[in-house]
Design a protein around this ligand. Structure first.
Ligand SMILES: Cc1ncc(C[n+]2csc(CCOP(=O)(O)OP(=O)(O)O)c2C)c(N)n1
Ligand SMILES: [Mg+2]
Length: 372
């Protein structure tokens, strides 16, 4: 059954009607620090991009509570099939800013050896964070396939597929939910309705009343949660995860939130986002709301907030400096990691490339010349 009533726990003043979670002070502060780290990472990446040191980044301002609340409901043995706006999930589980910065610079320490775009992270440890896909929605059936494989093996792990309101218009969304509904796969579908798909408002994305109702057609319960309320997201995702682990199948969660920045560093949202709309949502900032809640609980002061942000900015800036100085992937990496046994024609191409590089030198970043 689809629930159309928005689930929330923390009100706009930081009040909680009754304590609905079992998180310790340290766990709550870990959620808080992670959200601040996401914001600091955004901030530093914007400066790196504007100064021409990285090519691209994706801002997360406004959606931090959805990412971190959802991640907090997962075990490290679960699998995350993320969208490009989800790196807070990796940070929550212990991926470091430096590991992420290696990807932003596409250097030799990057897990994908510079083959992916910036922000397209992949990690196996400490969380199973599957490589982010640029094509919208392709990871949704992949998550279902992985979940189904785990089910067939008798594992009790869950896959979380996270995507945007725009992602619900992809073929992958429909085929993924259809398979999951038929098979009762242990998947949590997290639709982050941040109101925009680049410049397309969610009101023009669908004719249905929100996105949670879409589960109904596939036999999957849908539920709407306040995505700017970390505790509500955690509670809702936890219920879906437990349901999946019990073998009862998937849940479609629509987290209602707001993208307070641009789509990426490549666009100018002031060209299409109404100013009043942004101002309305800025008052619902998920971090400010969580701070009010923490303050009421006696765990937060403005001084602590400033210190946490300062430490996060320093950590991310240090990571950026270290990643920028890390050498690029080696030429031979072009020929590794794809085939277990390299086919003969690629071996030949590799030999030619190495021979050429030994005569003419390797291409170095920024020299603008190709060594041929
Ligand atoms: C198959 C496909 N079509 C179009 C695009 C171009 N594109 C990149 S992001 C995006 C918008 C996605 O919006 P949404 O799913 O709401 O995610 P958000 O960016 O809001 O987090 C589009 C259309 C793409 N990457 N892949
Ligand atoms: Mg969106």
């Amino acid at each position: 059954m689809t629930t159309t009533q928005l689930i929330s726990v923390i009100d706009s003043e930081g009040r909680v009607a009754k304590e609905e979670h079992s998180l310790s002070k340290e766990e709550l502060l870990h959620c808080y620090r992670t959200m601040i780290m996401v914001r600091a990472f955004d901030d530093v990446c914007l400066k790196l991009q504007r100064s021409g040191r990285i090519g691209f980044s994706i801002p997360n301002k406004g959606v931090e509570a959805t990412q971190v609340g959802a991640a907090s409901a997962l075990a490290k043995t679960d699998w995350i099939f993320p969208s490009y706006r989800d790196f807070g999930m990796a940070l929550y589980h212990g991926v470091t800013p430096l590991e992420m910065m290696h990807n932003m610079f596409g250097n030799g320490a990057d897990t994908s050896q510079g083959r992916q775009m910036p922000v397209h992270f992949s990690f196996l440890d400490p969380i199973r964070f599957v490589s982010i896909s640029s094509p919208i929605g392709t990871h949704i059936p992949q998550a279902v396939g992985a979940a189904q494989a785990m089910k067939l093996r008798g594992e009790k792990h869950v896959a979380l597929a996270s995507f945007g309101d725009g992602g619900t218009s992809s073929l992958g969304f429909h085929s993924g939910l259809n398979f999951a509904g038929v098979w009762k796969s242990p998947v949590v579908f997290l639709c982050q309705n941040n109101q925009w798909a680049i410049s397309c408002p969610s009101s023009e994305q669908t004719g249905s009343d929100g996105f949670a109702v879409k589960g109904e057609a596939y036999g999957i319960p849908g539920v709407q949660v306040d995505g700017n309320d970390l505790l509500a997201v955690r509670k809702t995702v936890l219920a879906a995860v437990e349901r999946a682990r019990r073998g009862e199948g998937s849940t479609l969660i629509e987290a209602v939130t707001y993208r307070m920045g641009g789509h990426s560093t490549s666009d100018d949202p002031t060209r299409y986002v109404p100013k009043e709309e942004l101002e309305r949502w800025a008052k619902k900032d998920p971090i400010a709301r969580f701070e009010k809640y923490l303050q009421r609980s006696g765990y937060w002061t403005p001084e602590l907030g400033q210190r946490v942000m300062q430490e996060a900015l320093e950590a991310v800036s240090a990571a950026a400096r270290a990643a920028e100085q890390t050498p690029p992937p080696k030429l031979e990496s072009v020929f590794t990691d794809v085939y277990r046994d390299l086919p003969a024609h690629l071996r030949k191409q590799g030999q030619e490339a190495f021979e050429l590089a030994s005569r003419k030198g390797d291409a170095s970043a920024g020299d603008g010349k190709f060594p041929l």
